[in-house]
Design a protein around this ligand. Structure first.
Ligand code: AHR
Length: 489
């Protein structure tokens, strides 16, 4: 038996909407084909950005979008991607498949995408192979309102007004693809590079330092010790690959054991948040600096027959449950976690959307983001969960989080991580007398149920009615492998 108590009148701070953020890198078919098709494409588009993908992303209220990488960011030279498209430099995307990057999608196109989506841009600058001047000039190009070499150039390239840019990352994975640096060295570079990322006029940057890989607590310790006053956010990257990095396992052909390992590894992010958070607390007890989990999600072997450098994987109900559980954890730690960006938006890793030519499908993970968007900028509610363990006692069956929306209604999200059995949950809503309850559910019979181009609606949210209520208590039956949201008015 699982029990949940929600104190509906005990708010615990705002769940930053940016926890529901996304990440789009110049990798495989994420930007090119997935988002950008060019104005001359037969696929319906707005100034080169495909309309079906735009509309789908609008429906999940993308609050913030990280770009251009990832590892690509530390090889990207932004000046190659502005000005007339026909003059833009063609480069090799050495990190991701060695393909030609024609730079047709650059700063102006990214800013247009953000504008069309109504999303905040989060740009990651190049520390690994770029100069201080190059980074400084990018910020000047985008945000300076006045006469300067970069602002003049922006205007010549068609953008009169400066853009509003808040989130700026100073490098990516600088312990690895971003330069193989030691934390002491990167901390010094961070201090230097960020100095020249100026706040022009009203534009104030929120500067994000490149953070640790998984459980590299020393990285967090050194960055916080050496640079905390100069940063607004510190990132953390964590991917779930059941077989380890070298042998990740298939996205669709997996065993029950792999399901269990995946769930256990997904839950591990909570331990990481707490341990990195404890180090951050030592230097920043006020929690001014946000933990920015700007890459997370499942990472499996690429689909057979696809370019290994393109990281294209299918997406099943297992991915959906990982998404639901992870977002519950982020909600529950929203005092420190200020942003999270799932990797990646289209056609790469745990994608929201898959495309094939002009066809597009929405993944089970997409549906979780759509169901959970009610938590964006809502007041987190105090929640106490007691759950049974499953998977040979390896992990709890149930995950949950709750928030109060601006209209006073309460949204609760629940996951049953068990691949084998439904489970009963009693839920007490303290501080509430009568209520109108509406539920939605995403579930499937098979562990690898998924949407395909032939059957795009196999895994869809439906109405959820498996609960009874008496006064402020609910008796809920959660089917196996399910993500449920309840709206209580
Ligand atoms: O998301 C794929 C890659 O994973 C990113 O480019 C990199 O930052 C991370 O290692």
């Amino acid at each position: 038996m699982n029990n949940i108590i929600i104190n509906t009148d005990v708010g615990e701070g705002t769940i930053n909407k940016n926890i529901y953020g996304h990440f789009a890198e110049h990798l495989g078919r994420c930007i090119y084909e997935g988002i950008w098709v060019g104005e001359d494409s037969s696929i319906s588009n707005t100034k080169g950005i495909r309309n079906d993908v735009l509309q789908a992303l609008k429906n999940i209220d993308v609050p913030v979008l990280r770009w251009p990488g990832g590892c690509f960011a530390d090889e990207y030279h932004w000046k190659d991607g502005v000005g007339p498209a026909e003059n833009r430099k063609r480069m090799v995307n050495t990190h991701w498949g060695g393909v030609v990057e024609n730079n047709h999608f650059g700063t102006h196109e990214f800013m247009l995408l953000c504008e069309l989506l109504g999303t905040e841009p989060y740009i990651c600058g190049n520390v690994g192979s770029g100069s201080v001047q190059e980074m400084s000039e990018w910020v000047e190009y985008m945000t300076f309102d006045g006469e300067s070499p970069m602002a003049n150039w922006r205007q010549e390239n068609g953008q009169k007004e400066p853009w509003k840019l808040k989130y700026f990352g100073v490098g990516n994975e600088n312990w690895g693809c971003g330069g193989n640096m030691r934390p002491e060295y990167y901390a010094d570079l961070y201090r230097q590079y960020q100095t020249y990322c100026r706040n022009y006029g009203e534009n104030t940057l929120y500067k994000i330092a490149g953070g640790a890989n998984v459980d590299d607590f020393n990285w967090t310790e050194v960055l916080m010790r050496e640079a905390a006053p100069l940063m607004d956010g510190l990132s953390l990257h964590y991917y779930v690959h059941p077989g380890g990095f070298e042998n990740k396992g298939s996205a669709v052909d997996f065993t029950e054991d792999e399901w269990d390992i995946t769930m256990k590894k997904a839950l591990f992010i909570e331990e990481l948040i707490m341990k990195h958070g404890t180090i951050m607390d030592k230097y920043d007890p006020e929690k001014r600096i946000g933990m920015i989990i700007d890459e997370w999600g499942t990472w499996f072997d690429v689909e057979k027959g696809t370019n290994p450098g393109f990281l294209y994987q299918q997406n099943t109900i297992r991915d959906a449950v990982v998404a639901g559980v992870s977002l519950n954890i982020f909600n529950n730690h929203s005092d420190r976690v200020q942003m999270a960006n799932i990797a990646q938006t289209v056609n790469v890793l745990q994608a929201m959307i898959l495309t094939e030519g002009e066809k597009m499908i929405l993944t089970p993970t997409y549906h979780v983001f759509e169901m959970y968007k009610v938590h964006q900028d809502a007041e987190k509610l105090s929640l106490d969960l007691t759950s049974e363990n499953v998977g040979n006692d390896a992990y709890p069956q149930v995950s949950a989080s709750a928030s109060k929306a601006k209209d006073g209604s309460i949204n609760i999200s629940l996951c049953n991580m068990d691949k084998a059995a439904e489970t009963n949950v009693t839920l007490e809503l303290r501080g509430l007398s009568t209520a109108n309850i509406n539920g939605r559910i995403l579930t499937a019979d098979e562990m690898n149920a998924r949407n395909t181009f032939e059957a795009p609606e196999e895994v869809q949210p439906t109405k959820f009615t498996e609960f009874t209520s008496q006064e402020n208590k609910l008796a809920i039956t959660l089917p196996k492998m399910s993500v449920v949201t309840l709206n209580v008015k």
